[in-house]
Design a protein around this ligand. Sequence first.
Ligand code: BGC
Length: 711
Amino acid sequence: MGRIDTLLATMTIEEKIGQLNMVASTLAITGPGQLGDVREGIRTGRIGSLLNHWGADEVHAVQRLAVEESRLGVPLLLGLDVIHGHRTIFPVPLAEACLFAPDLWEKTARAAAEEATQDGVALTFAPMLDVARDPRWGRIVEGPGEDSWVASQMASAKTLGFQGQDLAAADSLAATAKHFCAYGAVTAGREYASVDVSERTLREVYLPPFSAAVAAGTAAVMPAFIDLAGAPMTANAPLLQGWLRRELGFEGVLISDYNAVAELMNHGVAADAVEAAALALKAGVDIDMTSDCYVRGLPEALKRGLVTMAEIDVSVRRVLDLKDRLGLFDDPYRRGSAWPHGVRDAERRELAREVGRRAIVLLTHRAAILPLPPETRRIALIGPLAAASREMLGPWASAGRAQDAVSILEGLKAALPQCRIDHATGVDIGGQDTEGISAAVDLCGGAEVVVLCLGEAAAMSGEASSRADLGLPGRQRELADAIFDLGKPVVVLLSSGRPLTLPWLFERADAVLATWFLGGEAGHAVADVLTGRFNPTGRLPLSWPRLVGQVPIFYRQRPTGRPTKAGEHYSSSYLDVPATPQFAFGHGLSYSRFTLLDFKCDPSSAKAGEFVEVSVTVANDSEVDGEATLFLFVHDLVASVARPVLELKGVRKIVLKARERGRATWGLSTGDLSFLGPNLNRVLEPGRFEIHVGQSADPAGLLTEVIELTP
Ligand code: BGC
């Protein structure tokens, strides 16, 4: 008998359920409820895993209780939300998505895994793969944006980065793909609200990133808090047991979200903790995070015949298997002892700076105000986000420390030592006091340029932080208007966890940059871009709305019988605002100017199984070296099911010197032209397809060729 069989055969029912019980540590709390003393539970084998407990000594201390003092010595599993870095904080995931660079996505996850495992952590509750098309939802900040293809690329990169080559290695962190699934589609963007999407949208948009995570070997998956058409995900057997386990063959661990098993009672599908526990377990949820329902409910559920011992055993085996794969049985203290802290710190900070500046999106740029000329001698740096180092870390910063974060003020000062930088806050981020505005305006008097730092506080996005108004919080608009009224050149830096609807600002500012929450190196990253040390390359992973009334908004729309046409009454549009976004998916300016020419699809017809080479020349028509980003979209013109007007199939980045030209090439497979047919089975239908390339999803900038798929 193997180790796990022997253990299973020896365990009491309490010890088995203990393995399925994850409890919050006394170090931090990330959901409702009380913190209790976990030591007794660990010693008696009633707690199999802990969340929010880190630090090599702290972890080894609790691990010793499990290994040396519990009857069977089963090691604990230590989980933590290592979302975008552990000690070194990288840009928030939505900002990282702007890179469209799987190699860097993987690198930041690897770096986070190295640091978190040094702190004894064995599992992260990441990556977050929720496609989100509604920026009212605060958790849009935690994910990859609106597109499923991008989310799938991120799923693989992050999973590989966290887990490394071998899950048992001392620096490998088990990944948890979350939140399964369609959480981003909560009604009206309201946190924890119900979700109702079609089976087609589920399969075309929300499931593919999870399939990519499973293909990349994710150790765990976390069901979302929400219900999907009346079936709460924590008890959603068809999707958990059916799709995930049977269809995809996922053999890892399912970990409930925080208290979600108990919340099945609030959802109205379980009368008591016993029914809640039985529903979740039968749906395949192996670990109950913090709700205590498995401990309280499973013994009674057994008695009532709602679950069987065999079903409990299956879950216990999966948990023990994961602990085994993590190497915990062989050496429970391996994480936390591998390397001393501090090794490669400088390298990781450099990575944070590189990823930070690549995440910045130059949204508008008039009058060639940027980069700031080297002879600039006086800058007024105004606004509540200018010296806000803590905010730069974003809403979920693991073990990141405010004192390690570089503010925009600090970054600019370091980059421009010859320049006088006057700083005033003007107003608070969300406060009502406007007294500081006149002093801020006065400070701009002698400045050559004003850099205005506006946006949200970090805590205004993330979990439980939906907003119905996506304007600037507090009195920031009054501050901005007063500054604009001076008639000076103004560059706006927007720090936020979501796109903000600010058409007036985009009209008045000379340049606006989306700087999201860039992490510990935020200030240096911003300074690199403002000074031209780095030419911006960030691209929007979502469509940026003009007004809240446009959301949900995304490029991958199906055609309508009455396509949007400006000035045409009976067309799919609004009376009061254009139907187009403020900025298209993929938008992002550069200090260089790129044009696309000589677009070819070769051959122009293909059969199933063949490839079409798609290529385009990119010309850097400017005197500035830069990096262009090209998007490849397809559109099936006539099919048995109406297909989206644009579907992303590939992204290329190309670095070009001033006046240089280069060619970007893709091998488009006929598989890229397949889709889910009327019965939701994958089909490849002969016919004509538009192939587009462009620098964003804005139809005005797309080059188009038509190819034919022949029978
Ligand atoms: C969140 C999860 C997170 C968990 C543990 C929940 O409230 O929804 O994303 O992993 O807490 O902190």
